[in-house]
Each structure stands twice: as structure tokens, then as C-alpha cells.
Design a protein around this ligand. Sequence first.
Ligand SMILES: [Zn+2]
Length: 319
Amino acid sequence: MAVWFSKQARHNFASTGAFWPTIRLCSRGMQSLPQPQTPEPLVEGCPVVELYDDPRDIENILRVLYDPVLFISPKQSSFAMVVSLVRMGRKYEFDKLWIVGLLVLLEAGIPMTLAEYDGLRDASYELGFTDKHPGLYIDILNLLREHNILAFLPSVYYIVIQKYSVQQLFDGVPRGDGTTAVLTTQDLRQCMLSRDKIRRAQFQPGYALSWLSPTPLDTIGGAPSCLAFRSRNMPAYATTSALCLLDPELSDNVHKMLRRNGLCSTCCDEARAVQKAGRQKGWEDLPSFFDLAPWSELAFELKIIMGGPREEGMEWDFL
Ligand SMILES: [Zn+2]
């Protein structure tokens, strides 16, 4: 890729959004652009290529090219920059550029492990971007879907259905600048179906809330107070819409509270162990709740995108 521009052209470009003839971009992707029927005039010896991209994307790409220092500290990057890197990188086949976009997304805190998810939840889902707005996760989801970047989807989907109310999922979330971040019809459907699936699954054996279900011990020789506790609490939990699949491990305070509310010491310890194993299982199964491939495949796909070796005979349809 080569770029020439004069100060005046850059100023005009930034202020009008027009693509100025003194900027010349060359990439593999550009060879597919329609060629003019009649020769265009040369400007400063350079042929003209007209682009129809969002002026903000062009401006961001120029900023990256002329100020790579931007990425010495990725956490100082904006999500708008990530969008430009991915969108322009994919469109014009600047592979390295859109991979940088993905790296910035990772650096900003999109979780790929349960521990990373815990850290992000503890930070109130605040990502390391300089531009923050209430609908950011919907924008991230839309970017990932638009460009078929699957590896980040499980955690982003879960945060979207965890963080936003059903009304917000349907109506969108104002960004604060007069515009609204809105889910696509396809993702709205996915979010609603997956939300319902997770809400029911979290009580199933092996998942985080399964310790609330009566155990065989409750009815055969267990403490009556344990059965009473579960009979009292299970219906209450079951009717809430809360998603507890990946909730934090039960703390000492919760342990004490359970004891005070009638659960025997053995059941409290059991509840802790079951919940801890359950949230891990919830994370491992997370992609399946959104009809995605397992983590191992998603991670492998990401590795391929990032430049890792491609296994012989394997095809990845988004590459
Ligand atoms: Zn008990």
C-alpha cells in the first residue's frame, strides 16, 4: 500500500469527507475495483482512485499509517479505530491491518477464558477503549457478526444478554450521540433463544445452580432443614430471569448465609464445590448455547486468522 498526500489534501479530506486525488492506495483488493472507461487526470503524477468508504475509516487508516505509535499502548485505542481496521483491512485485503484490529480487541479485554471473564465482570464490563458508550457491546457483536469473527462471539453474546434488558435487546441502546446501537434481527433471535436456553440449563445437573435441586440425601436421611431450604429456594430462583451460568464462586459470606438459612455444613460444602465446577462447565459449554463450534475450534480458527499454520485438508470458510 502506498499513500501520497499533501497537507492541504489531508485537511480537505478530513473536513469534507471527500476522497482527494492526491491520495493513492494500492492493494490486492483494489484490483477488483471497477476501472474508469476514460483515463482520469493525474494529480502530482499519481492516478486517481475513487473510494466510497466511510470517511472516518479512511481517516483512521491514515492515522494508523502515519502514527503507528497509536498501537504502542493498545489500551489507548478506540473501538472506532478497531472498526476501521477490521472493515478496511477485510475489504482491501490488508491482512495485517485487520489482524491488528483483532489484537486491539483482545487487548481491550474481550474474554477468552473464564478468569478473563471474571476480571471483566469485576470491572463492570468496562473495556479498555477510549470511546465508551452504553451500547458498545451491541456494536462489538455487530462487528464480529458482520466479519464472521467467531472466536469472540461466545463471551460477547453472553455479556450482551447478561448486561442488557429484554427491552434493550429489542429496542436498542442509545449511544449518547443521538444514535442507537441495535441488534440485527438474526442476533435478536439468537439472543432471545440462547437466553432462554441458558436460564433453563443453569439448573440442570453439572451446571452452576444445580446444587439448588433436591438431592437423594435430602429425602433419605438428610437434614430436614436442607430439603426445606431447597424446596423454598428452588422455585424462587426458577422464576427469576437472572442468568447465573458464570456467576462468581460462592464466597465465605454466602456460605455463612446458607448455613444460617438451614443448609447443613455438608450441603454447604457440596454447594460450593458443585457451583465451582458448574461455572467451569458453563464456560466450556458457552459456545454451544449460541449454536457455535466448541472453544477449541474457535481458538484454532483465531490462530489461523492470526497467521498460524493451516492443517492440511481443513477449510475455513471465513478466510
Ligand atoms: Zn444437608
